[in-house]
Write a protein of this length. Structure first.
Length: 357
């Protein structure tokens, strides 16, 4: 009798992916690199697909397109991580608030102003609505090679609430800040609803194959100290705790943009494994005070990436010299801007990879 020899399990020596090693506290040299908004309009191949679709949300909810667009920057530059192509505003969309992406204007939502408005939101159809996003994650998990980590993400409750209440992002946030002061209980219900939805959404992403998740708190920097505690740290901590109960091995990266000195409270109180620094954070301070508590991710100026040249090289080297001897993920301080020349991204990735400090 002839036996076909079948290995009962495929044994490759798989070292954990560099991004995951760093998020578990290891120093990896050179550090892993990925860039916020690495998929997007600065790439001609993205613009070609975008031109063929009706609107941005159609891209997000069509797994064939979302997978392709996620992989585009990896084909060019081979970053150490892919980030799911989606948007933080799929949560309000899935809760039943109307969300539109206007060309050249950014997102516009029907603003939510009262307890009655909140009462109209429903999470009953959340997962059905977001099923295409989970399908995108599932397909990406199969596509990626053994060195490339898959990052899932969501907006943090405060930042998602900013868009839901203000109707857009780039305002002075007067309405939401006054609501939070005048009726913390009523406003708190919106934040609680978002905590629930975000835990559920990120858990499904993880079950579909996301290996790490990032919480984007883009507008954390407009909060006063106490409000930061209440609307940024507390909901983030709740999300991290609940995710950890369900998925203990999956690291969380927090990005409280503009938090300044409050980055210290954020990293010591939320339980995140890694922290995204915006461009304004002083490097030596962060290396001394924050890096001993968690992995650092950041924080090259996205406008310097758009500028390029020797100044870009020097800033890359400086970041590597200051953060590269501890747990560090090379990234920007905010997303790539659309007029960034793609060759600058290549130059950045090559320079990080060549580092042997
Ligand atoms: O490559 C990646 O980073 C993954 C995809 C991703 C997008 N949005 C795609 C996108 C991620 C992680 C986000 C997060 C996001 N979305 C944030 C947090 C991070 C940040 O930048 O502060 C915020 C605040 C949003 C909300 C949002 N979506 C805005 C304000 C805009 C308009 C601004 C813009 O750049 O056009 C979007 C649209 C959007 N999200 C685009 C992309 C690629 C551009 C849409 C287009 O092609 O027309």
């Amino acid at each position: 009798m002839v036996f076909a020899i079948q290995p009962f399990c495929k044994r490759e020596t798989i070292l954990p992916k560099t991004l995951l090693r760093v998020l578990s506290g290891e120093t990896v040299s050179p550090p892993p690199v990925w860039l916020m908004r690495q998929a997007g309009r600065y790439l001609p191949e993205y613009r070609a697909i975008r031109a063929k679709t009706k609107n941005f949300l159609e891209m997000v909810y069509t797994p064939d397109i979302a997978v392709e667009v996620t992989l585009q920057p990896l084909r060019r530059y081979g970053m150490d991580a892919a980030i799911l192509f989606s948007d933080i505003l799929v949560i309000p969309d899935a809760l039943g608030q109307s969300v539109a992406f206007m060309q050249g204007e950014g997102p516009v939502l029907e603003p939510l102003r009262t307890a009655t408005d909140i009462g109209r939101l429903t999470s009953a159809g959340l997962h059905e609505h977001l099923a295409p996003v989970y399908e995108t994650v599932r397909r990406l998990a199969k596509e990626l090679d053994s060195n490339t980590a898959l990052i899932g993400f969501a907006g943090a409750p405060w930042t998602v609430a900013v868009y839901m209440v203000e109707g857009r992002g780039g305002t002075d946030h007067a309405t939401i800040r006054r609501w939070a002061y005048s009726d913390p209980v009523g406003f708190g219900r919106l934040i609680e609803l978002l905590v629930e939805a975000t835990v559920a959404y990120l858990s499904y992403q993880i079950e579909a194959g996301a290996e790490a998740v990032q919480l984007f708190d883009t507008w954390a920097g407009v909060l006063s100290e106490q409000q930061f505690q209440q609307w940024c740290i507390a909901p983030t901590k709740a999300i991290v705790e609940r995710l950890r109960e369900k998925h203990p091995g999956v690291p969380v990266i927090g990005f409280p943009r503009g938090a300044g000195a409050l980055y210290v409270d954020y990293i010591s109180n939320t339980g995140v494994n890694g922290i995204g620094l915006d461009t304004g954070v002083p490097l030596s301070w962060a290396a001394q005070v924050l890096q001993p508590q968690g992995a650092i991710q950041g924080n090259l100026d996205n406008q310097l990436l758009a500028t390029g040249g020797n100044a870009l090289d020097a800033a890359v080297d400086r970041l590597l010299a200051i953060f590269g001897h501890g747990p560090f993920i090379f990234n920007l301080g905010h997303g790539i801007v659309p007029d960034t020349p793609p060759e600058h991204v290549a130059r950045l990735v090559e320079r990080v990879r060549a580092w042997n400090g």
